[in-house]
Ligand binder design. Structure first.
Ligand code: ADP
Ligand code: MG
Length: 436
């Protein structure tokens, strides 16, 4: 395709920060294109250069090397056709909601009469009808972010850049604002031609985007370009959706081996051996990942960690094995290193951690097997003893019991299954599908 048919093209972008003595490559050889009609998400660990790229794309920053081509021409200065929505939008506290949007229209040179009508229309479209005269302090975080969207939209950007636009919001506001943005976008009721959204949240990227670019750091670069073939609107629990989420996590976890080699077979499966779950608690695993997240290069000598985390070396080895099994860390030559996925987990909120954890354990053959068994069972429940006797095909009696104990602990944390101690019955959580 000729260059000029793209809305935006980045050619060999390098961004170096620092002084001559201490140079640091924040972004290395980034090439990307964005076509009209595309919604692209940019994911990756913090510090991999996502925000830097957005600043370069919108012309707020001049890259050290490389070119930004917009509609076939090299970009010079700030791109007047692009706008950015940040995580928390700075509103003028002394202006009303309406005035905050009018300011953006004034900056565009719109005459006063047209400004008000246009601002009212924008506020209506983001669902802020009735709040025109309110001041920012009277609004919830979600509503303030909507004003931010209205203001970004006021300039009628061809290219809308979003930098973690939902991450500061509570779960419900975030979900409703995502829905509203998608509605505006897919219905074509805004003149925006393309959207580029930076996010930490993989489910959010898969929920909204047509394409996902995965970045890694040191140096910051694009490692994967993943085209999504899921129709809109998307169903978060659909097998196709979960498969894409899983794929992105695998990329972030650096897992490239075929699953059957990496993780063993399901219990009772002919020709394979089931890989045992390491017996560990999630709190300890989280402490390990948090500690690694604080370390230089996210790396540590395994035996030094035993002291630091105040666990014995057996326990520590089980923890590192679990971290590796789940794709949160890699182990080589006695060192353990956090993967981008492990880093994402360490820095995530509790609900986001549960979501990541659920996605990861659902890949394990023993969980796939257990979930499938629950799914096909009457009322989606199975007695402990039935599962245990099946596991005894693979493991000695005592180990089978411990395997099941660990599986239930993990599954409860991930909120994919529950267990009633008084009746010794395992349940699938409502709405959870039986695997894919
Ligand atoms: P992300 O948005 O992916 O978390 P950023 O683009 O904010 O990452 O930053 C990428 C790297 O570049 C980080 O290590 C950050 O500290 C560094 N960085 C960003 N802006 C500057 C700057 N103006 N001067 C020096 N270093 C910077
Ligand atoms: Mg950022």
């Amino acid at each position: 395709m000729p260059t000029d048919s793209y809305l935006l093209e980045l050619q060999h972008i390098n961004q170096i920060f620092g002084t001559r003595e201490r140079r640091f490559t924040a972004v290395q050889d980034v090439n990307l294109t964005l076509s009209e009609g595309e919604f692209v998400a940019l994911v990756g660990p913090s510090g991999c250069g996502k925000s830097t790229l957005l600043r370069i794309i919108t012309g707020l920053q001049q890259p050290t090397e490389g070119q930004v081509i917009y509609r076939g021409a090299p970009l010079v200065g700030v791109n007047p056709h692009a706008s950015i929505v940040f995580q928390t939008f700075a509103l003028f506290p002394w202006l009303t909601v309406l005035e905050n949007v009018e300011v953006a229209l004034k900056a565009r040179g719109l005459p006063p009469k047209l400004r008000t009508a246009r601002a009212l229309d924008l506020l209506d479209r983001v669902g802020l009808d009735g709040f025109e005269t309110a001041y920012p302090r009277e609004l919830s975080g979600g509503m303030r972010q909507k004003v931010g969207f209205a203001r970004a939209m006021a300039v009628e950007p061809e290219l809308l850049c979003l930098d973690e636009p939902f991450s500061a919001l509570d779960v419900l506001s975030a979900e409703s604002l995502r829905g509203e943005l998608l509605e505006l976008w897919t219905s074509g009721s805004i003149p925006t031609k393309a959207i580029l959204m930076v996010t930490h949240n993989i489910e959010e990227a898969v929920f909204m985007a047509d394409r996902i670019l995965v970045m890694d750091k040191n140096p910051g670069r694009i490692v994967t370009n993943l085209k999504l073939r899921l129709p809109q609107p998307r169903q978060r629990k659909a097998p196709g959706f979960l498969a894409v989420v899983d794929r992105v996590y695998s990329i972030l976890a650096g897992q490239t081996q075929p699953e059957h080699i990496e993780m063993g077979a399901a219990p009772g499966e002919p020709g394979g051996k089931t890989r045992a779950l390491p017996h560990i608690g999630i709190t300890n695993l989280a402490s390990l990942l948090e500690r690694l997240d604080e370390m230089a290069d996210n790396r540590a000598d395994i035996y030094r960690l035993a002291e630091e985390l105040k666990v014995d070396s057996d326990h520590l080895l089980r923890l590192t094995e679990a971290a590796e099994l789940l794709g949160f860390a890699t182990i080589a030559k006695g060192d353990i290193t956090l993967t981008p996925l492990g880093e994402t987990f360490a820095e995530a909120s509790i609900p986001a951690r549960k979501e990541i954890f659920a996605t990861r354990i659902r890949r394990l053959p023993i969980f796939k097997w257990l979930m499938a068994m629950l799914y096909v069972s009457d009322r989606k429940q199975v007695g402990w003893d039935i599962v245990q006797s099946e596991l005894e095909v693979e493991f000695p009696r005592e180990e089978a019991e411990r395997q099941l104990e660990t599986a239930i602990n993990w599954g409860r944390y991930a909120e994919i299954l529950s267990y009633d101690d008084s009746t010794a019955v395992i349940y699938l959580e409502p709405g959870v599908s039986g695997g894919h």
